[in-house]
Ligand binder design. Structure first.
Ligand code: GDP
Length: 313
């Protein structure tokens, strides 16, 4: 029965994703299908479609240039061959990005706990994603504790409590405006005494107040270092796929003061801007670990570049 359920879930997930990528992959497919004879404007059409999917100018130009070289050799003879070239070009963008899956990194971590800092601007789905990630990792057998170190917003503490309860994971919190580093201290002490495998720490997402945010993250890192004798193992940036080009800007800004280890892209289901994940991985070489595909706790999926491309082509 569980096998059947999984198959059903995968079908729903693929359907959701297809709506996302579908917009541009379908457009490209139609382009090839409609044109019995491929003409010299083909690359212009593809370029337009890639740009409208928010892949970004740089990555689009790179894909088109590579495609152009290969197409010239083919002399526009065979549309299927050109279609496959495009698929390969997109696949290639994912290949050279080192992506060890989070579960493996946690399993290989000798000294518990594995500490994950979550960063991202407000509204991208940070709180929801923390709940989803805790739930996902708990299901994989890890013991988790969440630290509510976004003490800037009252609602953030209340919200994360709801998600932690739903995931069945303990939450360490203090009152609003308390020192985030102090919450982190309490969380790590609790994790150590209870031998938790993973600590997930929520942080405030005030990118408009960069200096404060930098100071706060640096203070948090110092506390982590003091207690675990190591910097945070993982800094995950949460991005909202529907914000298109803004997401690129957020990677740029956060990367200017912390080393982002991986990205979770939320709200990917049903957006025509799904191409943003291709552009981000290509330009920043930061792996996308998971996709947020809905508002429920189980709506988090491991991202696999090859599967993603094969899902559409
Ligand atoms: P935060 O301010 O960054 O902590 O954002 P929240 O976690 O409160 O989420 C903001 C809104 O985005 C809420 O309405 C969530 O239900 C919604 N949301 C979060 N992740 C996803 C997702 O993957 N898909 C969709 N459709 N909505 C999401």
């Amino acid at each position: 029965l569980s096998n059947k359920n999984n198959k059903e879930k995968n079908k729903v997930f693929n359907h959701k994703l297809k709506k996302t990528g579908g917009f541009f992959f379908e457009k490209i497919k139609n382009l090839f299908l409609k044109k019995s004879k491929i003409d010299i404007h083909l690359l212009d059409y593809i370029e337009e479609i890639l740009l409208s999917a928010d892949i970004g100018t740089k990555t689009t130009i790179k894909i088109i240039n590579n495609l152009e070289k290969r197409v010239q050799k083919e002399k526009y003879r065979n549309s299927q061959v050109i279609f496959n070239f495009l698929k390969e070009e997109i696949e290639n963008l994912f290949i050279d990005i080192e992506n060890v899956c989070l579960e493996t990194k946690i399993r290989n971590n000798k000294k518990k706990p594995y500490v994950i800092l979550i960063v991202g601007v407000n509204g991208v789905g940070k709180t929801t994603t923390i709940g989803k990630l805790a739930f996902f990792l708990k299901k994989k057998g890890f013991h988790i504790v969440i630290g509510a170190a976004d003490t800037f917003r009252e609602a953030a503490i209340d919200q994360i409590k709801i998600w932690a309860d739903q995931a069945g994971v303990p939450l360490i919190k203090q009152h609003m405006n308390s020192d985030p580093a102090s919450v982190v201290y309490d969380t790590l002490q609790s994790a150590k005494s209870k031998e938790k495998d993973v600590v997930i720490i929520d942080t405030a997402g005030r990118l408009q107040n960069r200096i404060n945010l930098m100071k706060e993250l640096s203070k948090i890192s110092k506390v982590i270092n003091k207690i675990t004798f190591s910097p945070p193992h993982e800094i995950i940036l949460i991005l909202d796929a529907t914000t298109g080009q803004n997401a690129f800007e957020q990677v740029r800004k956060f990367s200017s003061f912390v080393k982002i280890s991986s990205i979770i892209l939320t709200k990917i289901e049903g957006t025509a801007k799904g191409g943003v994940l291709i552009g981000i991985m290509d330009q920043f070489k930061i792996p996308i670990q998971y996709l947020g595909v809905g508002e429920k706790i189980q709506d988090l999926k491991v991202f696999d570049g090859k599967k993603f491309v094969n899902c559409f082509f």
